[in-house]
Design a protein around this ligand. Structure first.
Ligand SMILES: [Zn+2]
Ligand SMILES: [Zn+2]
Length: 155
């Protein structure tokens, strides 16, 4: 896919950003940066490849998302088109701190696993619950803070 972006001089001047606006972004290219930091160019490309947060059901636009290394950089994950995905701040935190994890199945398709074993396939079309039947978490709390209703004392 070739995406050609035409911007007028006024539009460029009005951009409140430090992005380097490239006249042509060819998404068939493969961009890799030899560092943990995601370059502005790579950040922009990730947002074009994946237009929103890739957490199950999330639709937060990529422009407002962090860029996450699917395979952690510390574990050898590359800083490149294939290993970066937009995650909104909330879901980035959830992944970092509460046991959610994900893996890339193929470009644009991720398998998410949550701490109790529920699993979800996320792609650009949406989210599919693929939790094995035995691992579905059943709701045990009704959400009501009161005890069971006491029996009516009147005769
Ligand atoms: Zn790559
Ligand atoms: Zn999100």
């Amino acid at each position: 896919m070739m995406l050609v972006v035409h911007l007028s001089a006024e539009a460029v001047a009005g951009l409140d950003t430090h992005l380097n606006v490239s006249p042509v972004i060819d998404l068939n290219d493969h961009q890799v940066v030899d560092a943990y930091e995601v370059s502005d160019r790579l950040r922009a490309r990730t947002g074009l490849l994946h237009t929103m947060c890739v957490f199950p059901w999330c639709t937060r636009p990529a422009a407002y998302c962090d860029r996450d290394h699917v395979i952690a950089h510390a574990l050898g994950g590359a800083t490149c088109d294939c290993n970066l995905a937009p995650l909104c701040r909330r879901h980035h935190r959830l992944k970092t701190h509460s046991g959610w994890s994900y893996t890339t199945i193929e470009a644009g398709v991720w398998l998410w696993s949550e701490p109790h074993g529920q699993q979800f396939v996320r792609d650009h079309q949406g989210t599919l619950d693929v939790t094995p039947p035995g691992r579905r978490v059943t709701q045990t709390w009704s959400g009501c803070r009161h005890g069971p209703a006491s029996a009516d004392p009147s005769p």
